[in-house]
Design a binder for this molecule. Structure first.
Ligand code: SAM
Ligand code: SF4
Length: 340
């Protein structure tokens, strides 16, 4: 191995000793839904030339895998509305076959699962996250604006039939779905699916007022305790969720609480946008462009150097705040850009 080769394959360890082993990649900023907490109804999407091609996405993911990423999550926007997306999954599955990658997963709104569930399974995907905030069809249409609840329910069924383990992600929204959390828990656990509750994060301008949506999960947890026995669980998926086992159902319940709890100490992840910008922390603006170094040469040397520069700048943690006076998000970019 020459020096360059060594550098390209050097593991990614940040200044705080954290090993970066998890990459989330947003493959598109577009979506077939317009969830109220995520997007404005009238969104302007990025021009095509700014978006990484499927080949570039494969290349950058593969570079990260060669540098120690063991878990890769494909997200968006809605990843499954990207044209020819299965080409990317098929390509990346070679890293599962070689053992370089432990896990390839997807976060999806479920609308395209009827079409793609079996194909995803065939590419070695075993677990997926589906975002579902309500079981009530009218409320589903209110929250997603453009979503079709029947299609999503059919998609979830298709995923389970294909053998994919499904975890449901539910964003807890004050006054919107907060009284449905128990029903969702019973439904998920009854279907053999884990449920993870997510606190809303102040990312990106939306049409409404974010301070109206924020529901602290500490409150949700206290309410659930009145009815269920929540047993702390050591279960981890490599992500930021903390889990409990619900004794009455035997199922798992996760909490992602960026606003009330800091999970930064054990942060092992970085996020790549669909334009090739690497964010080292979901809650900070600092970012490194990987697209220019990738497009500048056919070899991955410049790309790997840029990755090393980025990892050396990974911050210790974040500080989300919803500015209550101005009702503005702490960060201007949308979740659909970094993919959550
Ligand atoms: N479209 C896919 C989906 O909905 O699952 C993947 C992308 S979406 C941005 C990823 C996750 O982020 C979803 O579970 C969504 O509910 C969540 N999300 C979006 N905006 C959010 C916000 N402001 N606060 C918390 N979670 C958010
Ligand atoms: Fe689309 Fe997912 Fe954002 Fe909803 S949360 S608008 S499905 S990207």
């Amino acid at each position: 191995m020459n020096i360059h080769h060594k550098q390209m394959h050097a593991q990614m360890i940040d200044p705080f000793g954290r090993h970066v082993t998890y990459l989330r990649v947003s493959v598109t900023d577009r979506c077939d839904f317009r969830c109220v907490y995520c997007m404005a109804e009238n969104m302007t999407f990025l021009p095509k030339r700014d978006i990484l091609t499927l080949e570039e996405l494969d290349r950058v993911c593969s570079a990260f895998i060669s540098k120690g990423v063991r878990k890769l999550r494909i997200t968006g926007g809605e990843p499954l509305v990207r044209k020819d997306i299965m080409t990317l999954f098929r390509g990346l599955s070679r890293h599962l076959e070689s053992g370089a990658l432990d896990e390839l997963t997807v976060t999806t709104n479920g609308s395209q699962l009827g079409r793609y569930a079996q194909g995803l399974y065939d590419c070695g995907i075993r677990r997926i996250n589906v975002s579902l905030d309500t079981l009530n069809p009218d409320r589903f249409r209110q929250i997603t604006r453009w979503g079709d609840p029947d299609k999503v329910m059919a998609g979830i069924a298709a995923a389970q039939a294909a053998g994919l383990k499904v975890k449901i992600n539910m964003v807890a929204l004050k006054g919107v779905n907060e009284h449905e959390i128990e029903d969702m828990l019973l439904w998920c656990h009854g279907q053999g699916m884990d449920l993870t509750l997510i606190e809303t994060m102040p990312l990106g301008d939306i049409d409404g007022d974010r301070t109206d949506q924020y529901l602290p999960l500490s409150l949700v947890r206290a309410r659930l305790r009145e009815r269920f026995t929540l047993e702390e669980s050591p279960y981890r998926t490599g992500g930021p969720a903390r889990y409990v086992t619900v004794r009455e159902t035997g199922g798992r319940l996760g909490f992602i609480t960026p606003m009330t709890h800091n999970f930064c100490e054990s942060c092992n992840r970085v996020r790549l946008t669909c334009t090739g910008t690497l964010f080292m922390c979901l809650g900070q603006e600092d970012a490194v462009d990987l697209r220019a170094p990738m497009r500048a040469s056919e070899s991955d040397e410049l790309l790997c150097q840029a990755i090393d520069t980025a990892i050396a700048r990974k911050p210790k943690g974040h500080d989300f705040i919803i500015d209550r006076r101005h009702k503005k998000p702490a960060l201007g970019r949308h979740m659909s850009v970094t993919g959550g």
